[in-house]
Design a protein around this ligand. Structure first.
Ligand SMILES: *Cc1c(COP(=O)(O)O)cnc(C)c1O
Length: 364
C-alpha cells in the first residue's frame, strides 16, 4: 500500500484520489490509443477527444455560455497578469482598475503598471489584507476593466458568492485558488483565469475563460503566443498545449460532476470543511487567531496565528508527525495556513480540527 499524508499544500495541491488512481490505470496505454497520454501527439485523434472533453466538461460544470471561449494556456496565472493588460488595455480608453485584497492582486497591479495605466479601485492593505470590499457594484465605472482575485491564497480572504457586479467595466478575475469550488455566473465575467495546480489539476496548465467580444479590443502587433486571438482561433492547439495536464483536468471535472454531484454540492462540501477549522479557531479563546475577518474568510485557505512563533513551529512539527503536512503559512504572512481545496476530503479536515483542539489543550 502506498502511504499518503493529508497534504495541506497551497499549490500544487492535493488531487482527488480516484483521479490519481485512474491516471495510474491508464498511464501505460490510454484507452484505445496503445500509447501513454504522455506520448501522444497533441494532433492525434485521442488527444483531440481529450481536449474536447475537457472543454465540454468545464462548460457543463460552470454553465459557460456560448459567448465565452475556453482556452488552455501555459505560463501560470503570473503570465495572465501581463497578458490581460497587453490584450485588453492598450487600445481602449480608461485605466485598468484593481481591487487589492492581497498579495496576488497587488502583483497583478504591479505587472499591469509596466504595460499601461493602472489604478487602485479598492485597497485592503491598511488592514493587512484581512478584509474584502462589501460590494464591487459601481466601482471604477470608467475603467477599461476591473481586476479582482476571487480568493487570495496567501492571506486567506475570499470574495463572497455573488460578488460579481452587474454591468460596469468587464470583470477580470484571477480565480486560481477557488476555481471549481462553487458555482459562478460566468456571464458576468469578461476574463477569468486560473492556474490549474490549486484546485483543478496539475501544474503547467492555465484555464482561461474569455468573453468573445473582448477579442476585438486586442491591439495588433502582439507576439502570437501572448495574443488571446491566436489561442482562440486555434482552439488552444496553436502550439503544443500541456497535454497531460489537460487530460488530468478533464478527469478532475468529471470527478466533481459524478462523484461530488456538481458545483453546488462541491460548494456545500467546501463550506462544511472550512466551518470545521474556523469553529476550532473560534472556540479556542484566542489561542488561535484567524487572519481574515469572519466576513472575508476563505473556504480554500484557512490562515491563523498562534500566541508565539515558537508555538507555530511546534504546531507544524507535531502536525507533521501525525501526517498533517504543509501547514506553514506563507513567509510574508507567517503563522499557519491550511489549504483545503476541493480534493481535500472531510476526513483530512476533521483530523486537522481534532489536532488543533488537542494542541491547544497541551500547549494553551
Ligand atoms: C498561485 C496563484 C497565482 C500564481 O500562479 P502561477 O501559476 O504560479 O503563476 C496567482 N494568483 C493566485 C490567486 C494564486 O493562488
Amino acid at each position: 500500500m502506498t502511504h499518503r499524508v493529508w497534504n495541506f499544500a497551497a499549490g500544487p495541491g492535493t488531487l482527488p484520489l480516484p483521479v490519481l488512481e485512474r491516471v495510474r490505470e491508464e498511464l501505460l496505454a490510454y484507452p484505445g490509443a496503445g500509447a501513454s497520454i504522455l506520448e501522444l501527439s497533441h494532433r492525434s485523434p485521442a488527444f483531440e477527444t481529450v481536449i474536447g472533453e475537457a472543454e465540454a466538461s468545464l462548460r457543463e460544470l460552470l454553465r459557460i455560455p456560448e459567448t465565452h471561449r475556453v482556452l488552455f494556456l501555459q505560463g501560470g496565472a503570473s503570465l495572465q497578469f501581463a497578458m490581460a493588460p497587453m490584450n485588453l488595455l492598450a487600445a481602449t480608453d480608461g485605466p485598468a482598475a484593481f481591487v487589492l485584497t492581497g498579495t496576488w492582486s497587488r502583483k497583478a497591479l504591479a505587472e499591469a503598471r509596466g504595460i499601461g495605466e493602472a489604478v487602485t479601485a479598492w485597497d485592503g492593505s491598511a488592514s493587512g489584507f484581512s478584509t474584502v470590499p462589501e460590494t464591487l457594484e459601481g466601482l471604477a465605472a470608467n475603467a477599461a476593466y476591473l481586476h479582482v482575485a476571487s480568493n487570495e491564497t496567501i492571506e486567506g480572504v475570499e470574495l463572497p458568492p455573488g460578488f460579481e457586479p452587474e454591468g460596469g467595466p468587464p470583470l477580470v478575475c484571477d480565480a486560481s485558488s477557488d476555481f471549481l469550488s462553487r458555482p459562478i455566473p460566468v456571464e458576468r465575467y469578461g476574463l477569468l483565469f486560473a492556474g490549474a495546480q490549486k484546485n483543478a489539476g496539475p501544474a503547467g496548465l492555465t484555464v482561461v475563460l474569455l468573453r468573445e467580444d473582448l477579442l476585438e479590443r486586442i491591439p495588433p502587433g502582439l507576439p502570437a503566443m501572448l495574443d488571446y486571438r491566436t489561442h482562440a482561433e486555434h482552439r488552444s492547439l496553436y502550439n503544443t498545449p500541456p497535454t497531460f495536464a489537460v487530460y488530468v483536468l478533464a478527469l478532475v471535472t468529471r470527478w466533481v460532476r459524478d462523484e461530488v454531484g456538481g458545483l453546488a454540492a462541491m460548494h456545500e462540501r467546501n463550506r462544511r470543511k472550512a466551518a470545521l477549522l474556523y469553529e476550532a479557531i473560534d472556540r479556542s479563546d484566542g489561542f488561535y487567531r484567524g487572519h481574515a475577518v469572519p466576513e472575508a474568510r476563505s473556504l480554500m485557505n484557512v490562515t491563523f496565528r498562534l500566541p508565539s512563533e515558537d508555538l507555530e513551529r511546534a504546531f507544524v512539527a507535531e502536525a507533521a508527525e501525525r501526517d498533517l503536512v504543509e501547514l506553514r503559512g506563507h513567509r510574508s504572512v507567517g503563522g499557519i495556513r491550511a489549504s483545503i481545496y476541493n480534493a481535500m476530503p472531510l476526513e483530512g479536515v476533521q483530523a486537522l480540527g481534532a489536532f488543533m483542539d488537542g494542541f491547544r489543550s497541551r500547549h494553551g
